[in-house]
Design a binder for this molecule. Structure first.
Ligand code: NOJ
Length: 543
């Protein structure tokens, strides 16, 4: 059985996990120092967000060199030591590959800037002449995902495409040299013992840039299914799968084959292609990142994703939080109509977290219930660092300290994603709550102290202890990738059984419901008597 099919993968955002040298930025030796913590948590794998050399125009997703470690984060020798240390504790290692764009400091891009129009160096990227008599207008009116124009002009007057920040020029994947360089990178890390790859913007590599370029206004969102599949000029084109077929051959050169997981923001019906055994093998299911705390929504998402994955021969993934979105304890503590749409979540962040009012307690209670629910499902679960501490989003980072390029590029219309990237608290006090010997690169709020690892470590009611207990039970109970809904499932309650007698029941509220028969082994909050309170999950064994 492929190890990743039902693995629990813990996402480390390295610059905010643990800082060994006091420069305020987390590093690989910081990760090494916390291997015992990761082992005690009970995870199966870590996924490290980029640790490569980078000027941090986009938190490391602007890569200068795909085959090295940023000097601020360590060395390749540190990487090898970290991998060996994790493997010794039976924790696999997944690294992040960023193929849609390099950074503007990558040697290829520097060379492209020096080289003339039409040169092979420019052909590794997407350069075009501008419109208008003197070419002063961009080649199209496309808008970057971080706001502002998606084209930037270089001194000789040409323009290059950047679907993200201007410091992230898009690569030309029709160029054989680009393709070969990435397979070299995949082998480089695989040879060092890396077990898998998380593929950034996996749906963006193949583009149709035949002129005239389509105007932005006509370019419907491919995710909502408004377009015939595969017809958007920039996203989710069928040709992208030729690239992953090549990558699969590389993955299969190794024993066990290296794993892949696609970050593909595509219509759910298109996800299975990325997750195909001939492609990357697995694709993120982000549906729960956007869902309300609501039995009906969870039911639909679970049912759809399990059947899609089964059809494709893959296993699905469950994601409640990651480094790009508002933490789920916070989402579940905002009034549903407010956090439902991106606009309202954005407003809450822009208000510094003051409006609408966040109900921290109920949000965390629901987050704990959601965790037990997703951990009981077939498939793999991706956890994001800090969720095991029950951390909420930090909404009040002063605007002048915000690092996310989405903030500046949107001219302040977005607060950005820093609020879920604040360095972790390890101790109740100290200069950065134990993150490192010095101050942290983003300010940590005072409420981090009581939520630190040390404060929660031995508290049986803590979220950290709940995570450890849940992961330990999951290891014992995890079984074939199937589940059956129980008859008591309804508009308020989700109740399902896994082979071997493991059952999970979640009450989404508003009132208590009778606990089903069976031996209760774990609950998301203490439960007394035979009623399951609102916003609570229980795991049971059939008696
Ligand atoms: C997705 C990553 O998760 C995000 O953090 C990044 O900004 C974009 N891709 C661009 O690389």
């Amino acid at each position: 059985m492929d190890w990743w099919r039902q693995a629990v993968v813990y996402q480390i955002y390295p610059r905010s996990f643990a800082d060994s040298d006091g420069d305020g930025v987390g590093d690989l030796r910081g990760v090494i120092s916390r291997i015992p913590y990761l082992a005690a948590l009970g995870i199966d794998a870590v996924w490290l967000s980029p640790f490569y050399p980078s000027a941090l125009a986009d938190g490391g997703y602007d890569v200068d060199d795909y085959r090295d470690v940023d000097p601020q984060l360590g060395t390749l020798a540190d990487f090898d030591e970290m991998t060996a240390g994790l493997h010794a504790r039976r924790i696999r290692v997944i690294v992040d590959i960023v193929p849609n764009h390099t950074s503007n400091r990558h040697p290829w891009f520097r060379e492209a800037l020096e080289a003339p129009k039409g040169s092979p160096a420019r052909n590794r990227y997407i350069f075009r002449d501008g419109l208008g008599p003197d070419g002063a207008q961009p080649p199209s009116d496309w808008v970057s995902l971080f706001g502002g124009p998606a084209w930037a002009r270089v001194p000789d007057g040409q323009w290059y495409l950047h679907l993200f920040a201007a410091e992230q020029p898009d690569l030309n994947w029709e160029n054989r040299e680009v393709r070969d360089d990435f397979t070299t990178t995949l082998r480089f890390w695989s040879d060092r013992g890396v077990d898998g790859f998380r593929v950034d913007v996996a749906h963006g590599l193949a583009k149709n840039l035949v002129e005239p370029l389509e105007p932005q206004a006509g370019m419907k969102d491919p995710i909502d299914g408004a377009l015939p599949p595969g017809t958007h000029p920039l996203w989710d084109r069928d040709a992208v799968h030729d690239i992953y077929a090549e990558w699969r051959q590389v993955f299969n050169e190794y024993d066990p084959p290296r794993a892949g997981v696609a970050e593909a923001w595509v219509h759910p019906s298109r996800r299975p292609k990325y997750a195909s055994p001939d492609g990357l093998g697995q694709a993120f299911n982000f549906d729960l990142l956007e869902a309300n705390w609501n039995a009906g929504e969870f039911l639909r998402i679970i049912t759809d994703n399990l059947s899609d994955a089964q059809r494709q021969g893959s296993s699905t993934t469950w994601v409640l939080s990651n480094h790009d979105g508002v933490r789920h304890a916070t989402r579940y503590g905002l009034p549903p109509e407010e956090y439902r749409s991106r606009d309202n979540a954005r407003k809450w962040l822009l208000s510094g977290g003051t409006s609408p009012r966040l109900e921290r307690g109920p949000g965390l209670r629901r987050a704990r219930a959601a965790l037990l629910l997703v951990l009981a499902l077939p498939g793999s679960a991706y956890l994001y660092q800090g969720e095991e501490l029950g951390l909420h989003e930090v909404p009040d980072i002063p605007f002048e300290l915000v690092q996310d390029p989405a903030h500046a590029r949107s001219r302040g219309a977005e607060k950005g994603r820093d609020g879920c990237r604040v360095p972790l608290p390890w101790t109740p006090g100290g200069p950065s709550f134990g993150f490192g010997p010095g101050a942290a690169h983003l300010p940590q709020p005072a409420w981090f102290g009581p939520l630190s690892v040390e404060a929660q470590d031995r508290d049986p009611a803590s979220t950290l202890v709940l995570y450890r207990q849940a992961l330990s039970w999951r290891h014992k109970l995890q079984t074939a990738e199937s589940m059956d809904w129980m008859p008591s499932t309804n508009g308020q309650v989700l109740h399902f059984a896994r082979p071997g007698g493991w059952r999970c029941v979640t009450n989404f509220g508003p009132g208590p419901v009778p606990l089903p028969n069976g031996t209760v082994i774990l609950t998301s909050v203490p439960v007394e008597g035979n009623q399951l309170p609102a916003d609570t999950t229980a795991w049971l064994l059939s008696s």
